[in-house]
Design a protein around this ligand. Sequence first.
Ligand code: IPM
Ligand code: MG
Length: 354
Amino acid sequence: MKVLILPGDGIGPEIVAQAKKVLNQLIEGGLTVEISEAPLGGAAYDAYGAPYPEFTQKLAREADAILLGAVGGPQYDKLDRPLRPERGLLAIRKDLNLFANLRPAILYPELANASTLKPEVVSGLDILIVRELTGDIYFGQPRGVRVNDNGEREGFNTMLYAESEIRRIAHVAFQAAQKRGKKLCSVDKANVLETTEFWKEIVTDVAKQYPDVELSHMYVDNAAMQLVRAPKQFDVMVTGNIFGDILSDEASMLTGSIGMLPSASLDANNKGLYEPSHGSAPDIAGKDVANPLATILSLAMLLRYSLNDEARAVRVENAVKAVLARGLRTADIYEAGTEKVSCSAMGDAVVAAL
Ligand code: IPM
Ligand code: MG
């Protein structure tokens, strides 16, 4: 199996370095993978003049699984849009057809106080957000800024979903629900947007093939509210690209820190790109204070979904639980009575626990 590592920008390289230590430990223990590395985002722009250059694309297409840190930084904000780091991320998702984005939001019992919500609201929380990742207003054409008939400038994007795109993500979500609590909530804005009314119709049709899963529908504004009011009512949520982007950030904070949450972006054959749900955090980059656990947990997802190695995935997850149980905390999840450690010390502790 070929694993490609894309450290990216900002805190990307330092958090990925910790996941690499974990991966190397697994290799010493008998895991056989071939590792390569390439730049993506701003780092790729610096090296090759493009956020998703051919060098990276070639390795990405050949890989079975990809581990990514994060992309973006203020120094790239003034570049033309096609050259910006975020475009590199969108381009690799689209190029590899990674349409199924799995974003779990799990509350580790030790971190119940790290959430801004009351512990009783979030304790035991275990939600999976299934976000469609290669369609919707993110990619719909036409898009741009133009001068309208009145001579005024206007911006426009197109919310667009083909039936096949909705069907395939619905199947992923129903199958995920079958393996969990057998409840699926499809999130839309069917009261206003035709695209999402169509979404609802197709998801309802796919549901006929999954009679063991209880399907519900919720408008996105209500879903945003319910996530902070009573998040434990949810098991699996499925939604389009833009709603999923927003709701997954919201769900992540229920768990105390976005620094804890991994994600997987899969194609139809379980080839995947794995990345922490958080961004490149340029303000703390290079300071060795970032939380590497989301990246290490992303490696666990990589083992589970793309390398089909459930045993090693569980070992990595258990190692993370063990360091939390020992009271080790990076700054983002620190509270009185625990031990504050650096990014690299957290990585070392996970390797030791492994
Ligand atoms: C995410 C990010 C990206 C997105 C950005 C960086 C393009 O917010 O992965 O959620 O909007 O998909
Ligand atoms: Mg986002």
